[in-house]
Design a protein around this ligand. Sequence first.
Ligand code: LLP
Length: 429
Amino acid sequence: MTPFPRRDGALHAESIALSTIAREVGPPVYVYSAGGFRAQARRLREALAPHPDIVDPLIAFAVKANGNRSVLSVLAAEGLGADTVSEGEIRRALAGGVPPDRIVFSGVGKTDAELAFAVATGVRQINVESAPELERLISVAREQSRVPDIAIRVNPAIGAGGHAKITTGGAGDKFGVPVAEALELYARAAASGAVRPAGLACHIGSQITDVAPLRSAFAVMRGLVETLRGEGLAIERLDLGGGLGVPYRPGDPDTPFDAYAEVVAETVRDLDVQLVLEPGRVIAAEAGVLLSRVIQVTERPDGRRFLVLDAAMNDLSRPALYDAEHEVVAVAPDGEGEVIYDVVGPVCETGDTLARGRLLPALRAGDLVAILTAGAYGATMASEYNARPLVPEVLVDGDDWAVIRRRPDPDAFLEREPVAEWLGSTAKS
Ligand code: LLP
């Protein structure tokens, strides 16, 4: 199933023409396909299914990729849990119907208040990333007289990913504890009696399309399970994080579902551990587009053409942050030749370039374009830079569609800014 099929030349989200959504909601708007999320969740599950060493894995969707509660509820209905990194994300997962015992709480700097919230919520596991965090969690747990399950997040000193800024497993990266410290920390957790060490976790990076670094990092994790067990420590769970990449442009390699499943299976073979995975991008990216309208085409004397959209870097920051390349397509091309454009937004920075040198059908002011593969790390990373309100989100499910995040009123951002009293009449309230 293609979440965004073309019918009679016009791009649709499942059964709904994107032009209909543009007319009724107005661009820019994120449009998601419920079937697209479900299909990816099933592809991952089906890739894991043939491996007898993988029994009833917990697939905890990384909420940072797409935290809309309707999206989380689609995924919860598919049996997915949630990987979270803040109290806000835990609240989102709960609001989406994810049961607490399917929520993993990760993150390099959880506050005491967030740890307390996670303990009180009864999440399945808190992934502890450092010795000071373990000590803080022990105090927090004692205060509540609850004994949370934890995993120790290990930094295997093997990083990978589509860009240096999204590599997390390298020795110099801030995440996790070095392999050499894992045993001591695990033993400390066990001895405290205040937390129950249930297993180990790792996550080495994102947008990984070659499984070789995953194989190496997972081998380190397997070795560590054996070492800790050799010391008499119980390891029930192994959380191998997320990281699986997706194709963004034509010609990019397809997601290596089967190779990934094999590497995962090799890792847990005969270990008798419960597997946890934390995929984000692979579940959500291809299930969303950012629908935008052409404001104008600006031509330069040297022939350069800028396609100026109403969507910008504040709505989709990946090109500006990671030089990410998203495919841009015309929603309803009318066949009048092709032109090379630099695709830009209205924000006052040169970094607000969504795509460079793209061959597209000739477009005019008012035409619609879709920026593809925007369902992960799109809306969740948006900002209000240049006082641009957060764009709405729409979910399509077959013939049904609904606005799942409203566009704020134009004055909403002023309403949350009380004027300092002493400014008196110089600021209008
Ligand atoms: N688990 C942990 C602990 C993570 O830090 C991440 C992502 C994931 C799971 C999910 O990884 P995924 O399966 O989505 O690769 N904003 C960047 C991506 C940052 C990823 C950060 N951590 C981007 O737009 O490319």
